[in-house]
Design a protein around this ligand. Sequence first.
Ligand SMILES: Cc1ncc(COP(=O)(O)O)c(C=O)c1O
Length: 365
Amino acid sequence: MIPFLEFHSEFRRLETEIRAAIDEVFQAGWYILGKQLEAFENEFAAHLGAAHAVGVASGTDAIHLALAAAGVIRGDGVITAANTCVPTAVGIIAAGGELQLADVDPGTLTMSPQALERAITEKTKAIVPVHLYGHPCDMDAILAIAQRHGLVVVEDCAQAHGACYRERPCGRFGAAAAFSFYPSKNLGAYGDAGAIATDSDEIRGRLRRLRNYGEDRRYHHVCDGVNSRLDEIQAAILRVKLRHLDWANDARRQRAQRYHELLAGFPLRLPHEAPWATANYHLFVIRTPQRDALAEHLRERGVATLMHYPVPLHLQEVYQRLQLGPGSFPEAERAAHEVLSLPLHPDLPMEEVEQVALAVRDFFG
Ligand SMILES: Cc1ncc(COP(=O)(O)O)c(C=O)c1O
């Protein structure tokens, strides 16, 4: 079976560095809010070109705390894309936001600026554009709308490490940007972790209090906070993996390029980079109305696939309360029936890329 993802090859490639990094933490004997995190925050911010990064326990917490630090309070409307994964919505709701949704552009499957403008109401306070699959949203158009309506922008960069919009990295646009380091991400920890990037000293200060019980200085708590910290072992691992991120993104791009070469001309929609975009190929998502049959065919041929995502947010049982039935976001709904993610990671052997592509080609005869 060709797995969708596997972590052993990466670990073998980085084993010496990872073991040394973890050992440093054991030697230091300090596990929470220490030197590894401080160093990772500095290195991650520098890689991005941001003034600050603040580590937290997950990407979901990063969205929650970034919105809170950017001023979202209970009852504020927060608009995100209808096709994102549930954690984006979970972060918004944890911040007290009221979930508002916008449909997506059929070409990029990221938030449609026109749909965003239509979704804005009196309640709307913030926008969370999602650079889904590692393809950047049309940020100029989104920022222009945000500015016109006085809205805060917090980017969801959970899938976008190293992706660029007009040569500028995703995470350099709104007031703050939320990153996930879930193991499968382009920059993944060996457990849960996340971070927020921002240029604002004020937002950074709020985030550092929010993640640590609202503590300002020892024993003095100035706001309601949570416990959401990126631990020293994960920070040490992330420091190693950050050094290899650009290489890993190039390796993904080469594999994506091979898929493109082998699948061109078949009745499929292949991922397409908009003129402004440098995608990081977090996922290689193809589209066909015969998605379920193709997934089954690939399974029989020993190829594991996933769907990102088969149920749009407004049709999830939990969000029935929004009273947005089928037909509310036609592009997101169509994508939910058609998207299929093929195996793609930096250590995927090129022969396996070819085997997967051949199996897809066989399906179409
Ligand atoms: C687009 C998007 N947003 C948010 C998240 C949440 O990140 P985490 O799983 O680290 O909480 C994820 C990943 O799961 C994601 O893919």
